[in-house]
Ligand binder design. Structure first.
Ligand code: B12
Length: 245
């Protein structure tokens, strides 16, 4: 597997984000302070700290996408590392997830919606056997902000349910999320089922989640393996902007 840094956008990529990341450039000192406070609140499992940090960051005008992607998301990777080394247990993972969710509740209303995009439907799901939904929810929020209609099927979603939803809603894009190496393969099963249902040529399939790489996406026949939420949403915008399908 090729190593990747899922939470860091390289500067080249950032420059191409336009409306997704309007505040181009390296965060200045004051912003760094807010990003650090958001990160610390998650690592310290501190709900009050998160409320304070999220409100202060928004009051100070920190760009909401940056607050989530550069402040909060990297903290979850730190928490995952602590879980791996035995410093944190499952209960701490649960609390960290809740702290992140509360922070996102405060921050997401600040994400500016782009109403210029025509509504195209995206079916989103975390695949069967997998309960991780923070990344998926983030992608859904960013897609909505870009004017997409999102049918969010939730977590632990059976392959058949995803296929039914694509058919029922005549979706243009399917976004799949998996955080466990044991559930990644299920994304390939979704693609096979779409092929068997003669739906594959009607939809683009984008996959994401910490263990997902572009190579894995290619191997299972997905159209794109997202490096992170922003890059994935950027790809969806590109798809609907072009007339390739
Ligand atoms: C929080 C967390 C949990 C929470 C989840 C809460 C929730 N509501 O989601 C809880 C406590 C429930 C949990 C449970 C488990 N977890 Co857990 N969890 C994590 C942790 C710490 C953070 C995940 C997270 O939310 N990250 C923040 C978000 C923003 O990042 P993200 O999900 O990667 O999403 C980003 C991108 O990947 C992308 N993205 C994600 N999906 C998609 C989809 C599309 C379409 C696109 C475009 C982009 C995209 O966008 C996001 C932003 O860029 C990770 C550690 C890690 N480093 O990932 C472990 C981790 C994933 N968990 C792990 C494990 C082992 C488990 C358990 C098996 C533990 C256990 N013994 O029970 C269970 C499994 C439960 C299940 N069946 O799903 C392992 C997985 C190891 C492996 N190789 O598979 C990890 C890596 C921890 C570790 N280092 O060991 N977990």
């Amino acid at each position: 597997m090729v190593a990747k840094e899922p939470y860091q956008l390289d500067s080249q990529l950032r420059l191409s984000y336009h409306s997704l990341d309007s505040n181009v450039g390296v965060p200045h000192m004051d912003e760094q302070k807010h990003l650090k406070a958001l990160k610390q609140a998650i690592i310290n499992l501190d709900f009050e700290g998160m409320h304070k940090a999220a409100r202060e960051a928004m009051d100070a005008g920190v760009e909401p996408q940056r607050a989530i992607m550069e402040g909060m998301a990297p903290a979850m990777a730190v928490v995952g590392g602590k879980f791996e080394t035995g410093e944190y247990f499952l209960s701490e993972l649960v609390v960290a997830g809740e702290v992140m969710k509360e922070g996102m509740e405060i921050i997401t209303p600040y994400i500016k919606a782009d109403s210029s995009q025509k509504i195209e439907l995206v079916v989103m799901a975390t695949v069967e056997g997998d309960y991780h939904d923070i990344g998926k929810n983030l992608v859904a929020t960013l897609l909505k902000a870009q004017g997409f209609g999102v049918i969010d099927l939730g977590t632990d979603v059976p392959v058949s349910r995803i296929v039914e939803a694509v058919k029922e809603h005549n979706a243009l894009i399917v976004g799949l999320s998996a955080l466990l190496t044991s559930t990644m393969a299920t994304m390939g099963e979704v693609i096979k089922a779409l092929e068997e249902g003669s739906l594959r040529n009607r939809v683009k399939v984008i996959i994401g989640g910490a263990p997902v790489t572009p190579q894995f996406a290619q191997k299972i026949g997905a159209d794109h393996g997202a490096l992170n939420a922003m890059e994935g949403v950027h790809k969806c915008v590109e798809w609907v902007s072009s007339s390739s399908r």
